[in-house]
Design a protein around this ligand. Structure first.
Ligand SMILES: [Zn+2]
Length: 254
């Protein structure tokens, strides 16, 4: 997952990696919950989702947390994809904090959940199977791997820097990174290919004062092109407006 913040919003890119046994996800659709419209694809196996963007311009996405996966014991876990749906309607980062604190974390497998608002502030909610925490304003890129995680993450981070993406605000540069097979078509490449698992889709979310859009490549991004944009209007959240003016008034960098 990568993102960049722009004048009036942000763009976010997300490769989903899945085991080959997993069913193909359903294409993104527009949904409404608690009066809030959001765009998200649907996980065909569990019915939840791994990424959603709502009309307040808040995106929520789920990253695995393989390094700290709990010891396998039988348990009726709550699907993490259902949790993302629960967070899909939040109007602000403040709501994310409250909702995360209200979760019975013991009922979930380990996860990292990223949330970003239209001002570009973000939070990473982490449940490592033992304790929960919220990291504030983490930096791009974020990735996960069930194999050799530390090494794979460091390769992808170096590549992100080598391609000068830290300073880029060009969506095409990011899409190329997500489709890339550098340093080789393998577990290391951002477009990931292993015998048991691979990247199965790329999501591209764009949020600006003009609106919110979601583009989706239904397949490995080295082969499948992004489809047409699913779009909706942007609705300014009341409490985010207050926090923005407060930030501007005190000139505190966000
Ligand atoms: Zn590929």
């Amino acid at each position: 997952m990568t993102w960049f913040v722009k004048e009036d919003g942000y763009e976010l890119f997300f490769n989903r990696d899945e085991r080959k046994s997993r069913s193909r996800a359903e294409l993104p659709t527009s949904q409404v919950a608690d009066g809030v419209q959001y765009l998200s694809p649907t996980d065909a196996d569990a019915g939840g989702t791994w990424i959603a963007v709502n009309h307040f311009g808040v995106t929520v996405c789920l990253l695995n947390h393989y390094q700290f996966e709990q010891i396998e014991t039988y348990k009726n876990w709550i699907s993490r994809g259902e949790m993302v749906r629960k967070f899909a309607t939040v109007a602000s980062i403040a709501q994310v904090n409250r909702l995360f604190e209200s979760l019975e974390l013991e009922d979930y497998r380990a996860f990292r959940m990223f949330v970003i608002d239209p001002e570009g502030s973000n939070r990473l909610c982490v449940w490592d199977g033992h304790s929960g925490r919220i990291e504030r304003n983490v930096t791009s890129p974020k990735s996960s791997s069930s194999v050799d995680a530390r090494h794979v993450k460091s390769v992808r981070k170096s590549l992100f820097a080598d391609l000068n993406l830290i300073d880029s605000k060009q969506a095409d540069d990011y899409i190329n990174y997500h489709a890339s097979h550098l340093p080789s078509r393998s577990k290391e490449s951002v477009c990931m290919h292993r015998d048991d698992a691979s990247t199965v889709s790329l999501s591209h979310v764009s949020v600006s004062s003009h609106g919110v859009s979601f583009r989706y490549a239904d397949g490995a991004p080295c082969q499948a092109a992004l489809g047409p944009a699913l779009a909706m209007r942007f609705v300014e959240a009341l409490d985010s407006k207050r926090s923005t003016s407060a930030i501007k008034a005190s000139s505190v960098p966000n």
